[in-house]
Design a protein around this ligand. Sequence first.
Ligand SMILES: C[S@@+](CC[C@H](N)C(=O)[O-])C[C@H]1O[C@@H](n2cnc3c(N)ncnc32)[C@H](O)[C@@H]1O
Length: 232
Amino acid sequence: MGSNPTLSAISAEAVSSPRSRGPLRKEGCEKDVSLKFDPARRDRLRHPRRSRRLPPFKILRRLGLRRGDTFVDIGCGPGFFSLPASRIVGEGGKVVAVDVSTEMLTDLKAGAAAEGASNIVFKQVGENGAGLPANAGLYFLCQVLHELEDKRGYLAGLRRRMGPESRLAVLDYHRRRTKHGPPLFQRVSLSRLRGWLQEFGFRVVDVFDVNAEEYAVVSRIAGKGGKASEGA
Ligand SMILES: C[S@@+](CC[C@H](N)C(=O)[O-])C[C@H]1O[C@@H](n2cnc3c(N)ncnc32)[C@H](O)[C@@H]1O
């Protein structure tokens, strides 16, 4: 892959018509609208078509994940990224798989046992991320930002947990009409996300499209005298 590539022909259709859970009152809407992916539909998250659109090994390597790293998969679901990450980081590394959903974590535990992946630890967290580990190598949110109830608060909290060597990768849908993905009101545009990251003391180091519908943004803590923003 080049320095700022588009990973073509991949996109996550997993939430193509999300019947999700968890209440949120959409502005101007009478009904509560749910934000969370329904765990009963978790097979969609590991459908082979999804691997073609979101190839996990390719994406994780593009994000810089390496042997020996600690990878925090926030909103891990059934482990579409946690299991490949476990192989990449190897025995000397660690995957911390966190989710609000017991069902997702139970499913991933079974998958990890079946694969003999002994370097994954499982953690059920609350909505605001309390209990996430500090100073990990790579924090990863794939198709999770759009589900968070307090997106800004979550990013600000993550920033406080990150150390100078930590990176944060956010992968989510562009805020425009696409064939797949959550309703527009849940989505965060790339420019808004970059603004928030800058506001909370992150330095964007890489931005790329993973497919025609989704972006990825990698950032670090902005150091003293560091540039406010790099990458595309
Ligand atoms: C669309 S699924 C994506 C799962 C996984 N990241 C993937 O790409 O296969 C979103 C996941 O985020 C989880 N989630 C939503 N809000 C969360 C939060 N505040 N903290 C942790 N997990 C959360 C959901 O339970 C669900 O498993």
